[in-house]
Design a protein around this ligand. Structure first.
Ligand SMILES: Cc1cc2nc3c(=O)[nH]c(=O)nc-3n(C[C@H](O)[C@H](O)[C@H](O)COP(=O)(O)OP(=O)(O)OC[C@H]3O[C@@H](n4cnc5c(N)ncnc54)[C@H](O)[C@@H]3O)c2cc1C
Ligand code: SF4
Length: 490
């Protein structure tokens, strides 16, 4: 053997990363299923099932192509790599740049030779060049630069359709009497069932664990959901958990799909007239904008960024995050129940329900981050840290987002059907039936009015706070709500 190619569980792609240069005649591929990865934390079983089954299927597919594979079960990744090295002494170990600071230190310390991670569309060097050329690191500026650099939805130097952004046409509330296409079910095979038995878990049929299943999901999304993606991307509904979202993040994140092929499918549908520009642009923005930006920011902001807590939020994680029955807030219990069931909720429940609640209750950013990281199927350090610390709970003092995504019940009432089935009233901020979000939104602004005083993007909210006539009463109700939430009684 001339090389050992180490493939982490989020690089499962034969055409990219270190496997791109694979020589099947002389290289051996190593995958490590580490006990620490399985038992180190309170991981959602659906997430473990997805990760392990995808990796075992990938190893099987490589073997079927005649490639030598060492699939090792070991206490830690490095123990596993040590085992492979013992079997193939004096053979260089190669991998693509891993996706977190910690893995990077481990692999470099172990003497692994790293090649560029091209499972993203933007290299870390390229992002660093962009960041160093900017006064402020606004996602919108990065996104426009990506559109030009990658020549996507461009006509010369102008955006296709004459606009960069269709947010004003999108952002619609959930429609009434709408026919949502059902979501794909993925059949389980013997490998899946073996992993399920080992984990003592009964998996859903929501998530594919193979490349062919991931491609089916991509095609199904493009056929059935892409056309409506834009208008309803921010809407939430108690009776439809995915709306028109793609459910592709787990596969793009573990390598089963490459972002470039997702883009190609979507752009092909646009060229064929199968989806309107406001949906196609909205989706392209997620893939070449948000996803690449978040990865770039993870590396740009550095390892200590995950510990930021500039609003001094120190409340322990609320019981409702671990148990959907521990709250009577209909929106929160529905979203947490969705996460319990499938380890997934779309962007707006993550941001405007879960993170918003952590933000306005002053929950410890690190406790909330750890819970999110453990609970979501698509979670990884590079993507959770900026999304939670920067976007979700504004713990970074505004380094990533210019203002916090704090909202009262009015926003959730406008964008969802949750409030109709709730014992609380989104319009009320004081009294026993006041919506906890509404009370805590104002209380949050009140508690942090000095921190936000210099932020012109917060001036309207602070002006509104100044006009509240019932602030003393609201402060009392806010204490009751915070105590009630901590006790699992709200
Ligand atoms: C607090 C918070 C935590 C999040 N944690 C994760 C996470 O751990 N893993 C993850 O992949 N996404 C995360 N996101 C981003 C986003 O919510 C998910 O990517 C999306 O909900 C996944 O579902 P989907 O594939 O149907 O996405 P769609 O709505 O169909 O979007 C298409 C794709 O765009 C990409 N994308 C969109 N927004 C983002 C973003 N902010 N960051 C990175 N990729 C993005 C994803 O690859 C996604 O598959 C988080 C967002 C928030 C607000
Ligand atoms: S009233 Fe408040 S708590 Fe109830 S569903 Fe609406 S936003 Fe959520």
């Amino acid at each position: 053997m001339s090389r050992i190619i180490y493939v982490p569980f989020d690089h499962l792609n034969i055409n990219f990363g270190a496997l791109k240069s694979l020589n099947p005649a002389t290289d051996v591929v190593a995958l490590v299923e580490s006990q620490r990865m399985l038992t180190g934390r309170d991981w959602h079983p659906e997430r473990l099932f997805f990760m392990v089954s995808s990796a075992r299927h990938f190893a099987q597919e490589l073997r079927q192509q005649g490639i030598a594979v060492e699939y090792v079960q070991a206490p830690t990744t490095l123990d596993g790599l040590r085992e492979v090295r013992t079997k193939y002494p004096n053979v260089p170990l190669v991998a693509a740049e891993p996706s977190s600071f910690r893995q990077m230190q481990d692999l470099v310390g172990f003497g692994v030779e790293l090649v560029e991670n091209d499972l993203f569309l933007t290299s870390r060097t390229l992002f660093a060049q962009w960041a160093s050329s900017q006064k402020s690191l606004l996602m919108e500026n990065f996104y426009r630069a990506q559109r030009k650099r990658l020549d996507i939805l461009m006509e010369g130097t102008e955006p296709t359709g004459g606009r960069w952004n269709y947010d004003q046409d999108n952002r619609l509330p959930p429609p009434k009497n709408y026919d949502w296409a059902p979501y794909l079910q993925h059949a389980r095979d013997e490998i899946d069932m073996q992993v399920a038995r080992e984990l003592s878990h009964s998996p859903t049929t929501t998530w594919a664990t193979t490349r062919s299943g991931a491609l089916m999901q991509l095609n199904y999304f493009v056929d059935k959901h892409l056309h409506g993606f834009g208008p309803y991307e921010d809407a939430m509904s108690a009776d439809n958990w995915a709306m028109h979202h793609s459910l592709l993040s787990p596969y793009i994140n573990n390598g089963l799909l490459h972002p470039s092929e997702v883009l190609e499918s979507v752009l092909r549908a646009y060229s064929a007239g199968a989806a309107p520009i406001q949906s196609v642009e909205a989706f392209v923005r997620q893939i070449i904008g948000w996803r690449e930006y978040v990865n770039g920011m993870y590396w740009h902001l550095g390892e200590s960024y995950r510990e930021e807590n500039q609003l001094n939020a120190n409340r322990p994680l609320l019981p409702l995050f671990k148990d959907s029955r521990a709250t009577q807030m209909h929106c929160v219990s529905s979203v947490v129940a969705d996460v319990e069931q499938r380890a997934w909720a779309h962007h707006i429940p993550r941001l405007m329900v879960l993170s918003n609640l952590a933000l306005v209750t002053g929950t410890s950013p690190q406790e909330f981050l750890d819970w999110m990281r453990e609970s979501f199927i698509d979670a990884a350090e590079w993507v959770m840290v900026p999304n939670v610390i920067g976007m979700g709970v504004h713990a970074d003092g505004g380094r990533m987002m210019t203002k916090p995504y704090a909202a009262g019940g009015a926003y959730i009432n406008r964008m969802s059907h949750y409030c109709k089935g709730c014992i609380y009233n989104p319009k009320l901020r004081v009294g026993e039936t006041a919506c906890p979000f509404t009370t805590l939104y104002w209380d949050f602004l009140d508690r942090h009015r000095e921190s936000f005083a210099g932020n012109h993007r917060m001036s309207q909210q602070l002006h509104g706070l100044g006009k509240l006539s019932d602030l003393p009463e609201l402060r009392i109700r806010a204490r009751e709500v915070l105590d009630g939430l901590s006790a699992g009684e709200i």
